[in-house]
Write a protein that binds this ligand. Structure first.
Ligand code: PLP
Length: 367
């Protein structure tokens, strides 16, 4: 049996009747960008996240850079620093650079694989303006500790929630902890569009208003100063698709958690280190990532059994030539050790039970 890492067609089949109807509705409406579907989705997404407002944009990278720009934390040409994780999608750092700041990388916690609050504190300088915690693989970063540090040092927190739709910590959803948060609706995400899409969410209506201006080129008078915006709009088709899929998200998340529980129980006593969720609701298993000292051997074995795996992410940001700044020469021991050990196994809501069992059997046959 060959086990694909992800099969989006299965998700589409679940929703096809509704998405086809929604698509026909949008095409017949004559309104294709930033219309009533986007506005409705923004309201529904804000409500889902438990925040006051949302702004739909073209993708998650733009959502993150626009949130930073709209926060007012980054001053032009000042080499302002933003602390983030070295273990994340490349887009996190690129968004920080695009917002006009310098990414500074702090080490991660070996269990959650998200930013270590103590390492953040040690990385703060007079140049630091913001923290971008990444809720990696669907696991929320330790937001209470991070927000407490930010408050003490007068820093802005913008959550990179691209992988954490619906995760919840201390009663608050991903996106509701910092000043603002960025979501991606790239098709493979827990809530995915049929193309690119993203959103900024915030409890600050002014910040959302600024993002709405910046996504259409910027607006001098409203910002009080000239900030060049971008062209990054969510279109009506994607918004309508997201509105359909949003109704399924809680069910899909429950299925992800169920599959994760089965993997974790099955791998007890093997050489695999399974994920360490902060608590049940803090992880939505965008990725199910194990750690293994002989990861490459395990990966080759699973591959020989027809099981596709991934390494998310093989390249640490503080080691990338483009991202090496004045203070990025430091070793980040935990991130460097983790990057050698991480392996993502197939897990998505439509993964069949027999396919999961085949993955488990293969891991056990190896170990
Ligand atoms: C953690 C993280 N941040 C940012 C992004 C950027 O999102 P997008 O691909 O929609 O620009 C992604 C997705 O690729 C991501 O996984």
């Amino acid at each position: 049996m060959s086990i694909p890492f992800l099969d989006l067609l299965r998700e589409h089949r679940e929703v096809a009747a509704e998405t086809n109807a929604a698509l026909a509705r949008v095409l017949a409406s004559g309104i294709y960008i930033l219309g009533p579907e986007v506005e409705s989705f923004e309201n529904e997404w804000a409500q889902f996240c438990g925040v006051r407002g949302a702004a739909g944009v073209g993708n998650g990278t733009d959502a993150l850079s626009l949130a930073l720009m709209a926060s007012g934390a980054i001053r032009p040409n000042q080499q302002d620093e933003v602390i983030t994780s070295p273990l994340t999608a490349g887009y996190t750092s690129l968004a920080i650079i695009r917002a006009g700041a310098v990414p500074v990388f702090a080490d991660i916690d070996p269990q959650t694989l998200t930013l270590d609050p103590q390492a953040i504190e040690e990385s703060i300088t007079h140049r630091t303006r913001a923290i971008v915690p990444v809720h990696l693989y669907g696991q929320m970063a330790e937001m209470p500790a991070i927000c407490e540090i930010a408050t003490r040092h007068n820093l802005i927190v913008i959550e990179d929630a691209a992988q954490a739709h619906g995760a919840r910590l201390n009663g608050k959803r991903a996106g509701a902890h910092g000043q603002a948060a960025a979501f991606s609706f790239y098709p493979t995400k827990n809530l995915g569009a049929y193309g690119d899409g993203g959103a900024v969410v915030s409890n600050d209506p002014q910040l959302i208003d600024r993002v709405k201006r910046l996504r259409e080129g910027g607006h001098q008078a409203a910002l009080g100063e000239a900030i060049a915006g971008v062209n990054s709009r969510l279109d009506e088709v994607q918004a309508a698709m997201l509105r359909v899929k949003l109704k399924y998200l809680d069910g899909w998340t429950a299925r992800r958690r169920g599959l994760a529980r089965i993997y974790t129980e099955a791998f007890a006593g093997t050489d695999l280190e399974t994920p360490h969720p902060l608590d049940e609701s803090a992880h939505v298993y965008h990725r199910y990532v194990v750690q293994c000292a002989v990861r490459d051997e395990l990966r080759a074995f699973l591959d020989s059994r027809g099981i596709m795996t991934m390494i998310d992410y093989p390249f640490l940001h503080h080691q990338q030539p483009l991202l090496i700044g004045p203070r990025t020469h430091r070793r980040l021991a935990t991130a460097e050790a983790s990057a050698e050990r991480i392996l993502t196994l197939p897990l998505y809501p439509q993964l069949r039970d027999d396919e999961q069992q085949a993955v488990i059997d293969a891991v056990k046959a190896w170990g």
